[in-house]
Design a protein around this ligand. Structure first.
Ligand SMILES: [Zn+2]
Length: 258
């Protein structure tokens, strides 16, 4: 949904180019450029998914972001919204986006660039931190987080017991069909496949249904599959509450795989 707020604001939004946000004001304070942004779509409740239309209050959150033609101070005018679903226990919630998930203080695009600088370009952590004007700890944390998803050459391993666990890596998003105006909830769920003996993550597949997992398993060599004795679905109870398949898996935690 496009809601132009004036020629200058739109130009700023295009140049700033942060997905799901628009620039609502720009200024220069003591020689430093400041940009105030807000989200460009109403969010869904994190508990029930119903899209909110009523704002409750707002606070201004400072965000660390990439330099955009030089350093920019970014302030997010962030709203708390009411959940209007009567059956939902959550009365209100602060919005979040894939670029700035809950509790994040920096944009995903900044974290991605820090990781690229260290891992792909081989720059030192201290040099990267200085280059992006962030702390050494922030670079270190971004790299550690990204490395959790670095996967082994799985076909060279021979795990006995596999665990399947579902994760939600990003916030739920909503997209409106321009023709019907209907909103669709988009859930970027992922399932991780873990070696239960070592705890190592072997693979990450898309989606919550088990088709992605099935395709992943059948892509392995036959001997690899024959060596697997047990597949545990949702080995940790915390994700079991999410959906029917997780619940069933908790009732009969281990299923044999042949
Ligand atoms: Zn709700």
């Amino acid at each position: 949904m496009n809601e132009p707020t004036g020629v200058a604001a739109d130009a700023a939004t295009i140049l700033f180019n942060l997905p799901d946000y628009r620039v609502i004001s720009t200024s220069i304070n003591a020689g430093r450029r400041q940009v105030i942004i807000e989200t460009d779509q109403p969010p869904g409740c994190p508990s029930c998914g119903v899209i909110s239309s009523r704002r409750k209050e707002r606070r201004v959150q400072r965000l660390r972001d990439i330099p955009v033609a030089g350093p920019v101070e970014v302030l997010w005018s962030k709203y708390r919204w009411y959940c209007e679903e009567r059956a939902c226990d959550r009365l209100s919630f602060f919005e979040s986006t894939p670029q700035v998930p809950r509790r994040a203080r920096s944009t995903s695009r900044l974290r991605d660039q820090l990781v690229d600088a260290v891992i792909r370009s081989g720059r030192a952590v201290s040099e990267t931190a200085a280059g992006f004007a962030v702390s050494w700890w922030m670079v270190r944390a971004a790299v550690t987080e990204a490395c959790l998803l670095r996967l082994p050459d799985v076909d060279k391993l021979s795990p006995r017991m596999l665990g399947m666990d579902e994760h939600r890596f990003r916030s739920v998003r909503y997209f409106q069909d321009p023709a019907t105006k209907a909103w669709t909830r988009f859930e970027p769920w992922m399932t991780t496949i873990v070696d239960l003996d070592t705890g190592q993550v072997l693979g990450v597949v898309d989606g919550r249904d088990h088709k992605g997992v099935g395709d992943w398993l059948f892509a392995r060599p036959l001997e690899w599959r024959l060596a697997v004795q047990v597949v545990a679905i949702d080995p940790s109870a915390r994700s079991g509450r999410r959906c029917g398949c997780g619940f069933r898996a908790q009732q009969s935690l281990l299923i044999t795989f042949t």
